[in-house]
Design a protein around this ligand. Sequence first.
Ligand SMILES: *Cc1c(COP(=O)(O)O)cnc(C)c1O
Length: 404
Amino acid sequence: MKTHKTREKSFALFGAPPAFEKPLPVAQLYFPSWERYEAAMRGIFERRYYTNQGPLARQLEEQLQQFLGVKHAICVANATIGLMMAAEALNLKGKVILPAFTFVASAQSLSWCGIEPVFCDVNPLTHQMTPANLEKCLDSSVSGIMGVNLWGGTCDPAAITEFARQHALPAYFDSAHAFGCVVNKVKVGNFGSVEVFSFHATKILSATEGGCLCTNDDDLAARLRNIRSGYGAGRPVDVLKTANGRMSEAQAAIALLSLEDFPENQRNNERLRQSYEVCLNSIPGIRVVKPSGVSFSNYQYLVCEVDEKLLGFSRDVLLTLLKAENVICRRYFYPGLHRTVEYISKQQMGADLLPVTDHLCATCLQLPIGAMVTLEAVETICDIVQRAHLVSELFQSVPTQGRQ
Ligand SMILES: *Cc1c(COP(=O)(O)O)cnc(C)c1O
């Protein structure tokens, strides 16, 4: 009993001071140095030019084209509107297949366009969708396939595109997790009809809010530029709907600095990840998920699977005990989109048809990685998990939260 009491004292969940004084964020959260930010903003003030495809937005598009080796990079206000613009430009109707194991915006972009998302399952090892998963969801009202490249890896976009081609369907990709990643010497951004990146603050390339559409198809690019807005459209072409998906100069300024620092931020992620891997993979019941389908990863996420039996307590208990230590982790993604209030009634196909997604939603945990995280922080986090595993009986009756 005595030893248990002492051990309890070393966890914030049982009243000890938290391991981190301030909450450690889970996401990339890159901030350029103040001096560089100030110089960029001064330029905007001197030019008196806030938005409408200004010089910084144009420069960012050119640099992205070069960096990604893609013909057209079309910057937008965020990836969600980028995905909506893609569905509109591809003239998608009826149903579009995508995995349920993704962020809600992938499916919401379809709902906004009056398209019904049809959710497929994913591979249990890679967490990525496969042609076999897609096959099960095909019917005559499917008009396209949205591939999702997860965790700084990919769903093998060449194979997904080939599967779509065989069924005379367009394939496009939500690549919000995969900026800078490489597949067989080809940068992500060059696959399918169009790929959509997010430059949200939590992603490796940050514009605070932002994103971009990439395509090698000149006509599609012209349509997308016209859909984005009447300003800075380039070659005018007829489109039925237009939006305001423009990226402002302030967003572009941050994105340009972030692009310059991409190599450093990628290396930082990779270093942190190596340290996590060595330590966490030695703890029974924890498996760090490898980004699959890439030869180079941005390591934007650190995701692990928790095996409750081997670890001694559940993923949700691990989340609760880390949160008490001021380590912000996420059940990413939870719940699967097929079980969210937005879509549950539409999925007539019975609740249990996506067993892998259900399993991953119950066992995956995302841990902090990115510009705000140090190697020491990773060591501290791993040490907490290791110590908790050794006294796992203390954690068995810890109450956990519901949806968060
Ligand atoms: C972040 C993210 C989005 C949405 O990006 P926004 O720029 O915030 O609109 C879409 N899909 C996935 C998989 C994401 O991670």
